[in-house]
Ligand binder design. Structure first.
Ligand code: GLY
Length: 250
């Protein structure tokens, strides 16, 4: 599930990077290419139209958590992003029967939620708080998921700092999250010179990552992964990455 880039993307939220001009038309072309790559990797894409009044709405991952058995509508930490949830909830209710909602005082961005099998790691970050983590744990317990809070530092979301390459392995930026939190997994670290390289999207058995982290990509190739790349430079200026531009339904 993807949403086209808003023409207002230059007015996006920024937390840990400086503002620089964003070319909305270029961002739209890069996003269209990202969607085409998802299709090439075998995904069936539900494409939602752009939202002219919601600058960050291309980052659909932050608005909903998708599990096999249920969906959870989030309550984003940034006020400007809360209306994005209303904009997507009708579509969510078409694909999941059980839909829970994070309630105040909870705040949660989907970028803070990393699911690996039945383990769900949630960043306690600038955007997501313990109240939301507790609500999420209550929603997921009946379905056999275990929720773990993970403290992040210096980055927007947990998935800026760590993503899963498969169910046994994570790619991690040690400056932003403690390795010890993922001691149950094989850990591959990003290259020192590629600060933002930990955000990688799994699509089936393939991985997709931005094209400007060649050293980290080489580590993944050396470890035996199949890793495609995509140019998302304009979306990176909006503090976005590859996982946040889609919601995986399966
Ligand atoms: N611009 C992405 C975010 O701050 O949520």
């Amino acid at each position: 599930l993807c949403r086209a880039v808003s023409p207002a993307i230059a007015d996006c939220e920024l937390s840990f990077i400086g503002r620089e001009p964003i070319d909305a038309a270029k961002a739209q072309r890069q996003h269209a290419n990202y969607v085409a790559l998802l299709r090439q990797l075998g995904a069936e894409v539900i494409a939602l139209p752009s939202e002219p009044d919601l600058p960050d709405s291309v980052f659909v991952e932050d608005t909903v958590l998708m599990f096999d058995d249920l969906a959870v509508l989030t309550r984003p930490g940034a006020l400007s992003r809360r209306p994005e949830v209303a904009a997507i909830q009708q579509t969510v209710r078409q694909v999941r029967e059980i839909v829970h909602e994070i309630q105040a005082p909870g705040t949660l961005d989907g970028g803070d939620v990393l699911r690996i099998g039945k383990q769900v790691y949630v960043g306690r970050s600038a955007r997501s708080n313990q109240a939301a983590i507790d609500q999420l744990a209550d929603f997921l317990r009946p379905f056999g998921y275990q929720v773990h809070a993970v403290v992040t530092r210096g980055c927007l979301h947990l998935k800026s700092a760590v993503t899963a390459l498969d169910d046994e392995t994570v790619l991690l930026q040690p400056r932003w999250v403690d390795r010890g939190q993922f001691a149950d997994y094989r850990i591959i670290e990003v290259d020192d010179t590629e600060e933002h390289a930990a955000n990688v999207l799994r699509v089936g058995d393939d991985l997709l990552m931005p094209d400007n982290f060649p050293r980290t990509r080489q580590r993944l190739l050396d470890a035996g992964y199949r890793v495609g790349t995509v140019d998302v430079s304009e979306l990176q200026k909006a503090e976005g990455a590859v996982t946040c531009c889609s919601l995986l339904l399966a």
